[in-house]
Ligand binder design. Sequence first.
Ligand SMILES: NC(=O)c1ccc[n+]([C@@H]2O[C@H](COP(=O)([O-])OP(=O)(O)OC[C@H]3O[C@@H](n4cnc5c(N)ncnc54)[C@H](O)[C@@H]3O)[C@@H](O)[C@H]2O)c1
Ligand SMILES: O=C(O)C(=O)C[C@]1(C(=O)O)C=C[C@@H](O)C=C1
Length: 311
Amino acid sequence: MAVLYDRVALIGLGLIAGSMSLAMRAGGLAGETVGYARSPETRAAARQIGLVDRVAESAAEAVAGADLVVLAVPVGVMGAVAAEIAPHLKPGATVTDVGSVKQAVIEAVAPHIPAGVHFVPGHPLAGTEHSGPHSGFAALFRNRWWLLTPPEGTDPEATARLAALIRAMGANVEDMDAAHHDLVLAVTSHTPHLIAYTMVGVADHLKRVTESEVIKYSAAGFRDFTRIAASDPTMWRDVFLQNKEAVLDILGRFTEELFMLQRAIRMGDGAQLHDYFTRTRAIRRGIIEAGQDTSAPDFGRMPAGAATGQD
Ligand SMILES: NC(=O)c1ccc[n+]([C@@H]2O[C@H](COP(=O)([O-])OP(=O)(O)OC[C@H]3O[C@@H](n4cnc5c(N)ncnc54)[C@H](O)[C@@H]3O)[C@@H](O)[C@H]2O)c1
Ligand SMILES: O=C(O)C(=O)C[C@]1(C(=O)O)C=C[C@@H](O)C=C1
C-alpha cells in the first residue's frame, strides 16, 4: 500500500485514534504517526505500547508539519481542541474528525480552521464499549461504513484523499448531509444507547428486590444491553448534549410507541401486539435479506461484498 499522508497527527489517543494508527501502520499508509492526548497517563500508556510512532507533549507540537490531523476526542471538546491547534496547522493540511455527531462539531470546529487548510468532517460507524489507549485494534474499520459530511465548498481533492485513506483501512465511504447524519444516527445509535442505559438502570433498581437474580439469570438480550451501557460516560454525555434535537425527536416517537404497546398489554389486545411484532420481524428479515448483519455491536456494518478497501 502506498503512503497517503507523510505525517498524520492524532489528537486523542483512545479507541478510534488507536485503531486508526494501528490500521495505518498495518497498511503502510502514513509516513509517520504523531499522537497527543490531554492526560499524561494516556500519553505514557500510548508511548509504552508504541501506539503511534511519536507521542507529542502538546497538541501544537503534534500537529506541526502534519498533512492530516484527526480530531478523535469527545464531541464536546472538539471546538476547544480546534482553537488550540489552529495557529500551528500546516498550510494545505487536512483536518478531519471522527465525532459521533456532525452538525455541532462542524459549528464548533469550522470557525477555527484557517484559510488554506481543509476541513473534512467524518464519522466511522464502528466502535466497541471499550475506550482508552489499550482498546484500539487495526481491524476495527474493516467492512464498516465511514460517513463524510463535507460542508459545501470543501476541496474535492482533500475529500478524495481522505476517502482513499479510509478505504485503505478497510471501510467504505459515503458522503452525507450533516443534519441528515445526525437524524439517522439518533435512530440507529444514539437513542438505542439511551434505551440500553435506561434498561440497565431499571435492572439496577430492581436488584434491591431480587438481589443477585438480575445478574445471575440475565439472558442474552439483557447482556447485550449491559455491553452497550458499559460505553464511555464522557463520550455519551457529549453525544446526547450535542445531538439534543434529533435525539429528543426520536425519543418522543419511541415513548409514543411504548405507551401504545403498554396500553395493548393492559387491554389484553393480543392482535395489536402480534401485528406489531410481525411488522418488526419483517424489518429485521428484510435487513438480513439485503445482506446486512445487524448483530450487536455492528449497527454500522456494510452489506456483504460492499467493501472496496483492502482486506
Ligand atoms: N467509541 C465508539 O464506539 C466511537 C465510534 C465512532 C466514533 N466515536 C467518536 O470518536 C471520538 C473518540 O472516541 P473514542 O471512543 O476513541 O474515545 P476514547 O475515550 O477511547 O478516547 C478519547 C481520547 O481523547 C482524549 N481527550 C479528551 N479530551 C481531550 C482534550 N481536550 N485534548 C486532547 N485529548 C483529549 C482522551 O485522553 C482519550 O485519549 C468521539 O468523538 C466519539 O464520539 C466513537
Ligand atoms: O458497537 C458499539 O459498541 C457501538 O456503540 C458502536 C457505535 C454504534 O452505535 O454503532 C457507537 C457510536 C458510534 O458513533 C459509532 C458506532
